[in-house]
Design a binder for this molecule. Structure first.
Ligand SMILES: Cc1ncc(COP(=O)(O)O)c(C=O)c1O
Length: 397
């Protein structure tokens, strides 16, 4: 922990940036991205800036090589990728999909949108990832898939889910599908490989807040399965790859893809910068009894998309909120609550899952908060935020 005298010194230098828990720009873009975009626009003057062109294929091939999958299919955002993943399952009324309750709303909405029933699962309080033991208790003869979300930039325990999927096959469809939402975890690692290789398919986001970005919106689906890849490609553009299939337009354009290729080359550097900040922050915030810091299991590489902490149980709710208020009003640092149980914030999801309530997830939702993290954050700003947090906790004791 930073000693008191040093803290006073650090706090004299207020950051110029108002740091927010989830920065509005997750990545950093510079001249190379602008040049790539302009080149793609020039290159497309005669043929249009739309869907076809080598930029898209180049980006997809580079992304597949980066993740280590046979296929990568670019989309206009992660949401349609999640919807398409659920549509692949051809869900029938009453079919159940298990998703974490402490979650962004996208994956449960994709389940409901494809006609399935969301079954909430509890998360492991140390990692905030869907808990395989809890999932096992929730599997029924109607379960079709386990839908982990690699929350906050850390890998969910995929091998445990794949094992459960094999041990509890669906009577008609065989082993349960395991589909990953890696919107926040692009570049993260699990058991020595990049996230996005294990399971039937994985969906990534390049939205403006994410680790790498493609001009505001964008996404990718990765898979090793040829039939899944064919289905996703066909669905992405009105079924033109296979006129037997339904489709809409979920395409990424070539200017975005050209920018994505540049960003992909920088991704590991962005993550290394976040990890360095996280490591120095962990030392600065060590041994504060009211605080649990993010946990990185030995077999994972955490990308720290969100640096999510928990206050102790006694500080849940009101006191956590006072801490956040003090950080904002006194020190100009915005902490963020991401994410309370999705059913607690989204009315449609609450109605869709009426009767389900998850006590542990609700408790965690009242204890968690995220400290701003960004690859471009300076060491001074990182120290300021840590010093401010310690001061605030001491003031509220
Ligand atoms: C966990 C998770 N899944 C899905 C999404 C949706 O991503 P997109 O905005 O690219 O559709 C997000 C975006 O915030 C997310 O955090």
């Amino acid at each position: 922990m930073i000693p008191s005298a040093e803290r006073q010194e650090i706090l004299k230098h207020k950051p110029a940036t108002l740091w927010e828990g989830e920065p509005r720009l997750g990545s950093a873009c510079g001249g190379e991205e602008i040049e790539a975009a302009v080149a793609a626009m020039r290159d497309s003057e005669d043929v249009g800036r739309g869907f076809t062109g080598p930029q898209i294929q180049n980006f997809e091939q580079a992304f597949a090589a980066y993740i280590g999958t046979k296929h990568a299919i670019a989309m206009n955002s992660a949401g349609p990728g999640l919807d398409t993943a659920m549509r692949w399952l051809n869900l029938q009324p009453g079919d159940e999909i298990i998703v974490p309750a402490v979650n962004f709303v996208a994956s449960p909405l994709a389940v409901a949108g494809a006609g399935g029933q969301v079954i909430w699962g509890e998360v492991d309080p140390r990692t905030l990832q869907l808990d395989p033991n809890d999932v096992e208790r929730r599997i029924t003869p109607r379960t079709r898939a386990i839908f982990p979300v690699h929350m906050n930039g850390l890998a969910a325990p995929m091998d445990d889910f794949l094992e459960l999927a094999r041990r509890h096959p669906h009577q008609k469809h065989g082993p349960l599908a395991v589909i990953g939402d890696a919107a926040r975890a692009c570049g993260g690692e699990y058991k020595g490989g990049k996230l996005g290789k294990r399971g039937l398919m994985t969906v990534f986001s390049f939205h403006t807040m994410k680790h790498m970005v493609t001009l505001g919106e964008g996404g990718m689906v990765t898979t090793d399965d040829d039939e899944v890849a064919h289905f996703v490609r066909a669905s992405r553009f009105y079924g033109f790859d296979d006129m037997e299939l339904w489709g809409s337009s979920y395409v990424m354009n070539k200017v975005q893809a050209a920018v994505g290729l540049v960003q992909l080359g920088k991704l590991d550097g962005f993550i290394a910068a976040r990890r360095r900040l996280a490591q120095t922050r962990a030392a600065m915030l060590a041994d504060i009894s009211e605080l649990s810091l993010p946990f990185e299991p030995a077999d994972c590489l955490h990308t720290y998309y969100l640096y999510t902490c928990l206050v102790c149980k006694e500080w849940a709710g009101e006191k956590r909120n006072r801490l956040m208020k003090m950080m904002d009003e006194v020190y100009g640092v915005r902490l963020l609550v991401a994410n309370p149980p999705a059913y607690a914030v989204h009315h449609f999801l609450r109605r869709h899952t009426a009767g389900q309530s998850l006590p542990l997830s609700e408790e965690l939702g009242a204890r968690l908060f995220c400290i701003p993290t960004h690859p471009a954050m300076s060491d001074e700003d990182n120290a300021y935020i840590a010093a401010a947090l310690i001061e605030s906790i001491e003031a509220l004791r």
